[in-house]
Design a protein around this ligand. Structure first.
Ligand code: NAP
Length: 487
């Protein structure tokens, strides 16, 4: 089970003490980064806390810290932490052999973490560094490097696999690409995972203990967990991890869903294919990912893009759950059969919407800012097309916005003025904000539908593909609205 070490970087002892009070009961370990302290009287800590779970660390800028005193003073302080019975003291692997020996022989009850940091890269030399640290007889080996590529994490996973059985280790990478190593490493054998208090990150790519516990729900996971995730770039604002980890947790499934920030599909499939069980796929890979699949669902093939990949008996199968999510939500409001339908937009989601409505004898017309794009799509699927301004005279019974116009933060925008539309089901795929300007203007004379239901239903279908479980995401709609900060 994962253990959390909350790292606290405070200006002075009093501030550190106040921060520790907040997390003492939920943290397994607490690292006091004393880089900025002027006063080192730990009596206030000793009175209230058990120092056994505290790590004393003091770093200079060379190792990512802020201590500006002399090296002699820093070493004195590390020794002083031992005299104060801190549970752990963290020292750097390149201290002189004499000093490392001193710590090892005079540590008393304190355990020594020997750490290696590389703030520039994750080299191929980590095994040698690890062997060098082992010779220094640490209680805990710590290796932390900068991930410049998602594939850098794999080097760390291999190191972890090799050493976790016989040593206490903490191996992870830093930076945006390294986030997953903190989580996977934490569940896969790291002695603990460094975290922070919300909003107070002490290292790049660090995640808060609140996020790890409440959003990723890591406490439930065992080492043989199944791994799923979202493949894309950018993915910072993607919400899938919140809802899929919630659903895994609710259904007692030992699976984890992470965000895989990737630039290079070749590298991803080479390095992660053995680790993952299924994927969601987003911008910019929904089309290109098809080249890496063994099989593709016929509807996804027709749409020309894949948003879900499932690994079955070692084979990768591609699906598109957007069209199912859309269709299932629309039919709650109107029977989409033999209707006059206007689709605004000619991009990826317009194709999914189109395919879901094609075989139901509807009269479908595509309207787009760039008419050339509407024409290409319309010709492929044998429907008509036009400019956005022509929608009103078409007088649709169902009007669907598949453009990105109106999406947060440009919430005042709308692709057309829907206040002129009458007696229509007006549907907006954009779901943040929940009620877009497009829907607001239409609300007086029409039935309006937010794309949030589609979002939940497509995710529900992904979850069904991943787990074979039909779990109602809609039941938690209000909870998800809040969680995802939909306005
Ligand atoms: P896409 O492939 O990039 O297509 C974007 C479309 O929007 C194009 O037709 C583009 O027209 C049009 N557009 C962009 N800016 C415009 C502007 N200022 N004025 C008029 N038209 C404009 O995007 P997509 O994947 O189809 O996604 C479209 C929207 O649907 C996004 O907001 C996405 O979040 C949402 N979506 C929601 C769900 C859900 O579950 N609810 C699922 C999928 C997508 P041009 O051809 O002229 O560039």
């Amino acid at each position: 089970m994962i253990k959390y070490c909350v790292s606290i970087l405070a200006k002075n002892i009093l501030e550190a003490y106040e921060k520790v009070q907040k997390i003492y009961n939920i943290a397994d370990y607490i690292e006091i980064r004393a880089d900025k302290f002027k006063d080192f009287d730990f009596n206030i800590f000793k009175k209230e806390f058990n120092l056994e779970k505290f790590i004393f660390t003091i770093r200079t800028p060379k190792n990512g810290g802020f201590f500006s005193g002399s090296e002699k003073k820093r070493i004195e302080l590390l020794k002083y932490a031992i005299a104060n019975n801190f549970g752990y003291v963290d020292i750097e692997y390149d201290l002189s052999p004499g000093l490392i020996n001193w710590f090892s022989e005079n540590k008393n009850k304190t355990k020594i973490i020997i750490s290696y940091h590389n703030f520039n890269e994750t080299s191929n030399n980590l095994d040698n560094i690890c062997k060098k640290i082992i010779k220094q007889k640490p209680d805990v080996i710590k290796i932390v490097t900068k991930a410049n590529y998602l594939s850098d994490n794999v080097k760390i996973f291999e190191l972890l696999k090799k050493y976790r059985k016989n040593y206490k280790v903490v191996f992870h990478t830093m930076g945006e690409y390294g986030e997953i190593s903190r989580i996977i490493g934490g569940i896969s054998g790291n002695y603990f995972t460094y975290t922070s208090i919300e909003q107070e990150l002490t290292a790049p790519g660090q995640l808060s203990i609140e996020k790890l516990k409440n959003e990723y729900k890591l406490d439930r996971l065992k080492r043989n967990f199944k791994l799923y995730g979202l493949l894309g770039n950018p993915i910072k604002h993607s919400h899938g991890y919140l809802i899929h980890n919630f659903a895994f947790n609710k259904n007692n499934i030992n699976s984890l869903y992470l965000n895989f920030l990737e630039n290079d599909l070749n590298s991803f499939f080479k390095n992660y294919i053995d680790l993952i069980n299924g994927l969601s796929v987003t911008i910019p890979f929904k089309k290109d990912v098809i080249n890496y699949l063994d099989k593709i669902d016929p509807k996804a093939k027709l749409i020309g893009s894949v948003n879900t990949i499932l690994k079955k008996n070692g084979k990768l199968i591609g699906y598109n759950t957007d069209y199912i999510g859309f269709y299932n939500s629309l039919k709650k409001y109107i029977n989409p059969y033999s209707k006059r339908i206007a689709i605004l937009g000619a991009g990826g989601s317009a194709r999914a919407v189109l395919v879901s409505l094609l075989d139901k004898q509807n009269d479908i017309k595509i309207f787009n800012r760039t008419v050339r794009n509407a024409k290409t799509l319309a010709q492929e699927f044998n429907c008509s097309y036009g400019d956005l301004s022509e929608v009103y005279e078409y007088n649709p019974q169902i009007l669907i916005n598949c453009t990105s116009v109106g999406m947060y933060p440009k919430v005042g925008d709308t692709p057309i003025n829907t206040s002129k539309i009458r007696n229509c089901v007006v549907y907006d795929l954009v779901y943040n904000p929940y009620y877009t300007q497009f829907l607001r203007l239409a609300s007086k004379h029409n039935i309006i539908v937010s794309g949030f239901d589609m979002f939940l239903r497509q995710a529900q279908e992904q979850f069904r593909l991943f787990t074979n479980i039909n779990f109602s995401y809609l039941k938690y709609r209000n909870y998800f609205l809040k969680l995802l900060k939909i306005i």
